[in-house]
Design a protein around this ligand. Structure first.
Ligand SMILES: Nc1nc2c(ncn2[C@@H]2O[C@H](COP(=O)(O)OP(=O)(O)O)[C@@H](O)[C@H]2O)c(=O)[nH]1
Ligand SMILES: [Mg+2]
Length: 223
């Protein structure tokens, strides 16, 4: 239920430094109540999702980072406030996981993405050296078809000098122009904290989106 007090709370800018682990879920049935606003971090295993969440929140231990890809098998929820959350999704495309388990993760990932009402946008992480693989492209196509905004982080930008990094950014942007404003791209490095301000600005926009809240209020008056 949405009341006026909750609506005004929802408009508060998120304080990323206040992020705290809420819970893990192996399936959408175990996820926290589908209320408020959520932004999910997706991408292949080892793309730097957990590191990005740790950098954003200033908490190096919040999302477990690992040198062993594929360890994050669960959907992890972090609270920013009573009605704003960050979500670390299971990484896709890890070759060494048994096929049966891999299919189960993919199924749960798909169910989360398709059914979660509070999902406001997807942060899609790709190693700047290997952008836009098949699954990345599938994810973008799915999001666009669902009218879901996607913000791409080209991660580990510190691996490139400035010139090649800019060239990689322009190349990826060039391949996504057909999607218009729904898909945005930036360089990012957790190691050097490159691009943190742009990421924060996008997340704030999504987590305090008034149009969505207005829709919620209208929906409620119907019941
Ligand atoms: N050089 C560099 N390495 C990074 C960066 N972000 C993550 N990594 C490394 O990439 C590996 C995977 O990172 P992680 O955040 O666990 O990826 P996840 O599987 O997507 O959650 C780890 O060894 C990280 O230390 C970055 O900005 N620069
Ligand atoms: Mg991870």
């Amino acid at each position: 239920m949405t009341n006026i007090a909750e609506v005004s709370l929802q408009l508060e800018p998120a304080n990323f430094k206040r992020a705290a682990f809420l819970q893990s879920a192996s399936a959408i049935e175990n996820a926290p109540a589908d209320l408020g606003s959520e932004v999910a971090f997706a991408g292949r295993s080892n793309s730097g999702k957990s590191s990005a969440i740790n950098t954003l929140t200033g908490n190096g231990k919040l999302a477990r980072t690992s040198r062993t890809p594929g360890r994050t098998q669960l959907i992890n929820f972090f609270t920013l406030s009573d009605n704003q959350r960050l979500v670390d999704l299971p990484g896709y495309g890890y070759a060494k996981v048994p096929l049966k388990l891999k299919n189960e993760w993919n199924r749960q990932l798909e169910r989360y993405l398709q059914n979660r009402q509070t999902l406001r946008g997807l942060v899609l992480l790709m190693d700047v050296r290997h952008p836009l693989n098949d699954q990345d492209q599938q994810m973008i196509a799915w999001a666009v078809s669902a009218d879901m905004p996607v913000h791409i982080l080209l991660t580990k930008a510190d691996k490139f000098k400035r010139g090649p990094a800019q060239a990689a950014l322009l190349a990826v942007r060039g391949r996504l122009t057909t999607y218009g404003d729904l898909v945005t791209v930036q360089l990012f490095s957790s190691l050097k904290r490159t691009g943190i301000e742009s990421l924060e600005a996008t997340l704030q926009r999504w987590l305090t989106d008034e149009s969505v809240i207005a829709e919620n209020v209208e929906d409620d008056s119907d019941h």
